[in-house]
Every structure is written in structure tokens, then in C-alpha cells.
Design a protein. Structure first.
Length: 458
């Protein structure tokens, strides 16, 4: 892997990025965000959450949707994108806690929705290669040292299995609780029958002037339930690139953002608009040989691809993506493959500098479940198996098998979480219903007792 240090442009481009940098700084202070959060876009909206109608601005960063009111008492709303459970076409947002947020853009409605939905569906991701250096071994080191962190993979598997066991135990406890609630419910049904008999007895006693003494016991209420990646040290030129599809937002000539698929092949790139219910969609194709340079724009998550073509729009492709690092890396290694020289990569002020030009980045994104659906490799063959032999190949396959098993267990845990959450909610509702019934019956029993006491006094 060749070492490169990306240099930011000073002076000219810094003045152009000043407004964005100032806005990001203000938003970080207002919403207590980390220094790595930058404003991607800002829209004027009306916050209609909780039957309100409050005008303000909606700031979109890499990981948050932040609303700040414009007039009167300041209202600050911060929504972590990873906590969103559902988002509708009307920009109604539901989080994991059941809260609902509703924003109505005052302009650029379609673009605002496209960007917010894209950020929600495809989370922001970037890889720091330094994180994996501890797992890298040089050629001169002992062969007994593994290039693949199998121990970490095994630890992850053990952790996943323990997590699954805990979830299963919780699920069984909830099942037992529901069975007890059902038994209590049956007892309450019997009590209802007894209350009917008591009413009949009271009527009979009144008519026959018969002395009765009834004993009642209080029923106890049931309290509610308390609730690493293989390092491929191979020359890029010796490894054929894998065709890939990436979900992006394509920035058009009028600056609108539309959903699109970017297909990167060995020597060319296709971009196809994927806007739903649109009769005629846009598309464009260009050769990697025509790429003059890649520019990370001052506006975060925005990339401009400069092309050797005449005309302002023909000479560039603009896009927004939460995985710019992967896109830059894929174009860079293909350019290197064709020309045997480096492609110019420029980071403007306020853009995030990241590593590129390494097969480890490709492999990491290839195996990352977090970007599942956003990136699709169109070739079934595992690229790592092309270049690995002997013990490295065995270790890689062992680690891959372990990781696959871990993913399967985590998938089952996720499904069990859904079932457990639903059962816990059902149990909570059932306990409340049973408690209400018990209180009602207690009140009825007290009334009957009072009637009986009056009769016995006669």
C-alpha cells in the first residue's frame, strides 16, 4: 500500500466554504454535537409535531436531523438518524421510543425528502485504515503470526451466542408471566360469576330477611414487569476490480438531488435515476479515462467528478453519498489500473479527509453489514480468494465462516428482540387490563359488602 497525504486547498476555496463552516459550528454548539458533525444541508420547514405549527430550520448532518425554531421561544429538536424506526413520504418520522416528528418543507419539498430518506436508509460510513494497522503483518515477520484476526472473530461469535442466550431467557420469562396473567384473568372471570351469585343472594336476603355474613379477601395486584477485516497487501494493478452498484443522490444541473444508482465497471461508469413513479428518468455514462480529478466539495458528503468533456454540466458529475470514501477508492484503483498513475483527489475546506487507494477499503465495505443494500457487488466470486493462497487462504475462510455464523446469530437476536418487545408490550397491556379489572371487582365487592352489612344490622 502506497502512503499518500491528502492536502486541503487553502485561500481561494476556504472563503467559499466559510459560510458552511460557520453554520456547522453554530449547529454543533446549539445541539451539543461532536466536532466531526457537519451540516450537509439546511431547509426551512414547519415543525408540525405534537399538533404544533412552528416555523424554523432543519439542519441535516451526517448522523442527525436537527430542528431549531425561528421565532419566539427557542425550540431545539435533535433526532439521531440511527434511532429512526420509520420515515414516510410526508416526512413523518417515528423513532424507536415511539415518538413522532413531522416536518413540512416550505420549499424544495422533494429534494428535502430525498436527502433525509437517503440519510435514514443508508447511514454515513467512513473507514480509518489506522484502526486495522494492529492486525497487519509485514512479509519479514514470522509465518506463525496470522494476517487475519481470527481471535477477534471468535470473540465476537461467543459474545453473540451469549447475547442470544440472554434474549432467549428473557423471552421465556415473559412467556411465564403471560401464563400467570392468563390464570389471574381466569380467576377474575370466576369472581365475576361469584359477584352474580352474591347479587342473587342479596336479593333473596332482602325478600326473606335472611341474615348473611360474607367474608371477602383482597386480591393482590400483580405489579407491571420491570422492564476485523482481512488485510489484502497486494498491488492494486494485480487485482481485477469488481463491478459494483452504489445507491447515491445525483445532483442535477438545477441543483436538485434525485435518487440514482451508480454502476462502476472496469473502464466506465453508468448513472441511472431511480425516482419512483417517473415516466422518463435521467441517465448518463462516461469513461474512467475521461476522469480528470475527484473533488470532495466544501458541502459535506458531496463529490464532483471532473470530466474531460466540453460544457459546464458535461464536464462534471455531482453527487451526494454517505459512502464517498468507497466511491473515490473504486474510481481511483480503476484509474490506476488503466493509466498506471495516480488520479488527482482534492479535499476542499470543510470536507472530511479520508484514506483511499487501498484494497482493504474495498474489502471492508464489501463485508460490512451496515451498508447492506447501499452497495452491491455484481460478481459472486469472493475477490479475496483470487489473491490468497496457502495458510492465508485457510485463515481467511475460517474467519469468514465464523463471521457468517456471527451474523446469522445476530440476525436471530434481532428477530427475537422484535418478538420480545412485542410480548413485553402485550404483557404490560395485559397487566394493566387485569389491574383495572381487579380494582373494579374490589369496588363492586365493597359495595356488596356494604349492602350485606346493612342487611345484617336489621
Amino acid at each position: 500500500m502506497s502512503e499518500k497525504v491528502s492536502q486541503r486547498i487553502e485561500a481561494r476555496d476556504r472563503s467559499a466554504a466559510a459560510d458552511l463552516m460557520k453554520m456547522s459550528e453554530e449547529v454543533r454548539q446549539d445541539f451539543s454535537l461532536s466536532d466531526t458533525e457537519d451540516v450537509v444541508q439546511c431547509y426551512k420547514v414547519i415543525n408540525k409535531s405534537n399538533n404544533n405549527s412552528i416555523k424554523g430550520k432543519l439542519f441535516i448532518t451526517q448522523n442527525y436531523f436537527c430542528f431549531r425554531s425561528q421565532y419566539g421561544k427557542k425550540l431545539y429538536v435533535k433526532i439521531q438518524i440511527s434511532s429512526i424506526k420509520e420515515m414516510t413520504n410526508e416526512i413523518k418520522i417515528y423513532d424507536n421510543e415511539g415518538r413522532m416528528y413531522y416536518f413540512v418543507p416550505q420549499s424544495q419539498e422533494e429534494e428535502c425528502f430525498n436527502l433525509m430518506y437517503y440519510m435514514y436508509k443508508y447511514p454515513f460510513s467512513v473507514l480509518d485504515l489506522n484502526i486495522y494497522k494492529q492486525h497487519t503483518v509485514d512479509d519479514h515477520e514470522s509465518n506463525s503470526q496470522r494476517k487475519f484476526d481470527i481471535e477477534t472473530a471468535q470473540e465476537a461469535l461467543v459474545t453473540a451466542e451469549e447475547m442470544k442466550k440472554i434474549k432467549e431467557e428473557n423471552y421465556k420469562l415473559l412467556e411465564q408471566q403471560q401464563r400467570k396473567i392468563a390464570m389471574i384473568d381466569q380467576l377474575l372471570d370466576k369472581t365475576d360469576n361469584y359477584l352474580g351469585e352474591i347479587d342473587d343472594s342479596i336479593k333473596a336476603t332482602k325478600s326473606l330477611v335472611y341474615e348473611l355474613r360474607l367474608r371477602y379477601t383482597k386480591t393482590k395486584q400483580v405489579p407491571p414487569p420491570k422492564e476485523e477485516i482481512p488485510v489484502l497487501i497486494e498491488a492494486i494493478k494485480e487485482t481485477p476490480p469488481v463491478p459494483v452498484e452504489i445507491q447515491i443522490l445525483w445532483k442535477l444541473e438545477n441543483d436538485d438531488l434525485v435518487p440514482a444508482t451508480m454502476k462502476i465497471f472496469d473502464d466506465h461508469i453508468d448513472i441511472v435515476e431511480t425516482t419512483a413513479n417517473k415516466k422518463k428518468t435521467l441517465s448518463r455514462s462516461f469513461s474512467i479515462q475521461d476522469v480528470l480529478g475527484l473533488y470532495m466539495r466544501a458541502r459535506p458528503l458531496h463529490l464532483q467528478i471532473a470530466l474531460n468533456q466540453s460544457g459546464k454540466e458535461k464536464g462534471r458529475i455531482r453527487l451526494c453519498s454517505t459512502c464517498l470514501q468507497f466511491i473515490v477508492n473504486e474510481i481511483y484503483i480503476r484509474y490506476l489500473k488503466i493509466f498506471n498513475k495516480q488520479l488527482s483527489v482534492t479535499f476542499e475546506p470543510n470536507s472530511q479527509v479520508f484514506d483511499y487507494g487501498d484494497l482493504m477499503i474495498t474489502k471492508t465495505f464489501m463485508n460490512c453489514s451496515g451498508i447492506k443494500g447501499q452497495i452491491k457487488f455484481t460478481e459472486g466470486e469472493d475477490m479475496a480468494l483470487r489473491v490468497l493462497t496457502g495458510k492465508d487462504r485457510e485463515d481467511y475462510l475460517a474467519m469468514k465462516k465464523t463471521n457468517q455464523k456471527t451474523v446469522e446469530i445476530l440476525d436471530s437476536v434481532a428477530k427475537l428482540n422484535v418478538k420480545t418487545t412485542k410480548m413485553a408490550d402485550d404483557s404490560m397491556n395485559a397487566v394493566m387490563d387485569v389491574t383495572n379489572r381487579m380494582n373494579e371487582q374490589r369496588q363492586m365487592i365493597m359495595e356488596r359488602k356494604k349492602q350485606c352489612d346493612e342487611i345484617t344490622k336489621k
